[in-house]
Design a protein around this ligand. Structure first.
Ligand SMILES: Nc1ncnc2c1ncn2[C@@H]1O[C@H](COP(=O)(O)OP(=O)(O)OP(=O)(O)O)[C@@H](O)[C@H]1O
Ligand SMILES: [Mg+2]
Length: 225
């Protein structure tokens, strides 16, 4: 369902060239739950940006649901991103002026889904993540764990092919982290494909498989902590 073939990505920093990803080949199957680990600068976020169609590689192929998206233009890429990818970030990335419902239905703004239908879907998803009593709260009126639940509901609104979570528990205390991971596990059991980045062994343990990276390369496709 996700397949990277010989993906390379480099950045030019002044006179220096940084090879952030070097010849990355890997597959993520439907309904897999994969965690990426590796030290700071090993290329995890660069890889997530490519998987999420936020960035394009300099070389290689990326097949998302059998479509090669590595060389598509920005417009096509953003359409694909909207239809296929749900993002969860360490810092939640919610809009402060919108309440929970407004944030969750935001990805549907430029779609052909009616506002009524979008609201109904947002309410259903907020209920699913346990926020039925926080529908009209704004982000500053919610705890970190509640904000991340809103972000998870937002990630689900387009029924994505894959959820990409970059350090989803990085800003949460350990008790709340366990609750958020339980929610992700639940989604995985319901068939959701999930790719996550984490620094923490105990968070990585929730995944079915750990991919270990170092210096822009894959060190181990099935790492045991
Ligand atoms: N936009 C960019 N411009 C220039 N260099 C970049 C850019 N993005 C990433 N890099 C470089 O690419 C390498 C990989 O960075 P990346 O952010 O993917 O690492 P990471 O594994 O996510 O690290 P961390 O654990 O700190 O988040 C680093 O050397 C980084 O400095
Ligand atoms: Mg990173």
């Amino acid at each position: 369902m996700l397949e990277l073939r010989n993906i390379c990505k480099s950045f030019v920093n002044g006179a220096e060239q940084v090879h952030a990803l070097q010849d990355i080949t890997l597959q993520v199957q439907e309904n897999e739950f994969v965690a990426f680990m590796g030290s700071s600068g090993s290329g995890k976020s660069t890889l997530m940006n490519i998987l999420g169609c936020l960035d394009t590689p300099n070389g290689g192929q990326y097949l998302l649901d059998n479509q090669d998206v590595a060389s598509l233009d920005d417009d096509t890429l953003s359409k694909i991103r909207n239809q296929h990818i749900g993002f969860i970030f360490q810092t939640f990335h919610l809009l402060p002026k919108l309440d929970a419902i407004g944030n969750v239905k935001l990805p549907l703004r430029y779609s052909d889904v009616s506002d009524e239908e979008a609201t109904a879907r947002a309410i259903a998803l907020l209920t699913k993540v346990g926020l039925e009593h926080r529908m009209h709260h704004k982000p500053f009126e919610m705890s970190g764990g509640q904000r991340q639940r809103v972000a998870i509901a937002r990630a689900l609104i387009n029924n994505p092919t894959v959820i990409l979570a970059d350090e989803p528990t990085g800003n949460l205390d350990s008790k709340t982290s366990v609750e958020i991971m339980a929610l992700l596990i639940d989604l995985h059991k319901q068939g959701q494909t999930i790719v996550m980045v984490t620094h923490e062994d105990d968070i990585a343990q929730y995944a079915q498989r750990i991919v270990m990276m170092r210096d822009g390369k894959i060190l181990d496709l099935d790492y045991k902590v």
